[in-house]
Design a binder for this molecule. Sequence first.
Ligand SMILES: N[C@@H](CCC(=O)N[C@@H](CS)C(=O)NCC(=O)O)C(=O)O
Length: 210
Amino acid sequence: MVDLKLVIGSKNTSSWSLRPWLALKHAGASFEEIVIPLDRPDTKAEIARHSPSGRVPVLRHGQAKIWDSLAICEYVAEMFPKARLWPADRGHRAHARSIAAEMHGGFAAMRAALPMNIRLRRPAGALDAATQAEIDRVIAIWRECRTKHNRVGPYLFGTFSIADAMYAPVATRFRTYEIALEGAPAAYVETMAAMAAMQEWAAAAALEPS
Ligand SMILES: N[C@@H](CCC(=O)N[C@@H](CS)C(=O)NCC(=O)O)C(=O)O
């Protein structure tokens, strides 16, 4: 039996946790989930029991600990090669890794202005220039991917990949804050919302105490 435990934060708000959780689900991995409620007096102490970085997510595989969302996604891709969590074509894979890294290392204004809150529905209202520029960049990334890979399937590179896992929290934010989208980016948000794994995550988020 595979001894995998994923330590995550509250499902309603922990965008970093959602990413490797989706990768594990897509891989069909059997894993135990340990949810640490965020923004509580004991959150930091609880996370510190599991995480060398003081942050979630953390994956435990036997005695090994892997932390940071993208590192965990890479680990899952190596453990479950049949899940094809990166595109098979080297050029496509490099593109997927580039946009995954861009998401991982950037978009600070958008994250601050539009925090993930799956249960919430509230129009964003007027956005500052930095946030709008980052939204525009996400839309451009999605549009380019969907134009290139539309024939293969509805995800960024046709079939589901780590790139989709990395952008999943942005797709839910665009729904939450009713960001105006049209064409391929609008369809992509719906594709992500319709995923069985996303619906399972959202249903659990809806049951969490406020
Ligand atoms: N770069 C990290 C960021 C992880 C992160 O910031 N996680 C947040 C929750 S979404 C956290 O652990 N915050 C600590 C806290 O709430 O005390 C990753 O990609 O996993």
